[in-house]
Design a protein around this ligand. Structure first.
Ligand code: FAD
Ligand code: FES
Length: 242
């Protein structure tokens, strides 16, 4: 883990309230890991956790949606501005476990960590994307590029199939399922995978303060006790989660 100041290479609006931020970072990063990001003006005290969206040589990119003060402030950064990065943090996906037929399910802004994962999997995984509507299809064209095949579902049917993406995955065809999205979606994925006896790995979001395993603010209840999403997670085996 490094704590460093980096310079903004790009920070642009790519969709409704969603920005892509790119900075220089020279160190190994695993898909599913995240960084704590902070502007240097101390306008917000705690850094905010954002997943790695992609890595290209020494450039790391993030895809984030404005939710409150922290992300709003980060969105105001301009090219050549400095920001503080802590990371890479968290366990990330264990690539040795993503073998055989892999399905990746993403929902809403939860798709953010999936681009780098799909890229490392070299077009071998099938991708199932769930969005609210055609206006909020974050990262869609890039994700599609790196998937073996893509099934897209919008809640209102304005693009692709209509309904919830979790109802469109033929779970029994897969050896492993990976998912990242809203909590209700993660619960459904775990239920379906249990029913179909398929292993699943879920990337969870928790409010984080330190991001380094110290404050215990990001506890997740598991069958083997409480775990820290920032340290032992954010990726957890679905059957471990309570
Ligand atoms: C490991 C991890 C990776 C993440 N990766 C991404 C990413 O790649 N892209 C992205 O857009 N967001 C990501 N998030 C969520 C992001 O960290 C929050 O949206 C951000 O911290 C909100 O800060 P804020 O100051 O803008 O909003 P706040 O003013 O702090 O909060 C605004 C609203 O967002 C909710 N919120 C705040 N933090 C979280 C959180 N951690 N999870 C869920 N809801 C939250 C609050 O309850 C509140 O309703 C990630 C979170 C975690 C834990
Ligand atoms: S955020 Fe402090 S222990 Fe995880």
């Amino acid at each position: 883990m490094k704590v460093l100041k980096s310079t903004v290479i790009e920070n642009k609006l790519v969709s409704n309230r969603v920005y892509k931020l790119s900075v220089n970072f020279e160190s190994a990063i695993k898909p599913g890991q995240f960084f704590m990001l902070k502007t240097l003006d101390n306008s917000f005290l705690l850094p905010r956790p954002i997943s790695v969206n992609d890595v290209n040589g020494s450039i790391v990119s993030f895809l984030y949606r404005i939710e409150g003060m922290g992300t709003k402030k980060i969105s105001s950064l301009r090219v050549k501005d400095e920001l503080q990065l802590f990371g890479p943090l968290g366990n990330g996906f264990d690539m040795n476990k993503l073998k055989g037929k892999v399905a990746i399910i993403g929902g809403g802004i939860g798709v953010a960590p999936l681009q780098y994962l799909l890229k490392v999997l070299e077009k071998k995984a099938d991708l199932y994307l769930g969005y609210r509507d055609s206006e909020n299809m974050y990262n869609y064209s890039e994700l599609k590029l790196y998937a073996n095949k893509t099934v897209t579902v919008t809640e209102d049917g304005s693009f692709g199939q209509k309904g919830f993406v979790t109802d469109y995955v033929p779970y029994d065809l897969y050896e492993v399922v990976v998912a990242c999205g809203p909590e209700i979606m993660m619960k459904k994925v775990i239920e379906h995978c249990k029913k179909n006896k398929v292993k699943c790995y879920i990337s969870l979001e928790r409010r984080m303060a330190c991001g380094m395993g110290v404050c215990l603010g990001c506890s997740v209840e598991t069958k083997s006790g409480n775990k820290r999403a920032c340290k032992e997670g954010p990726v957890f085996c679905g059957e471990e989660l309570i």
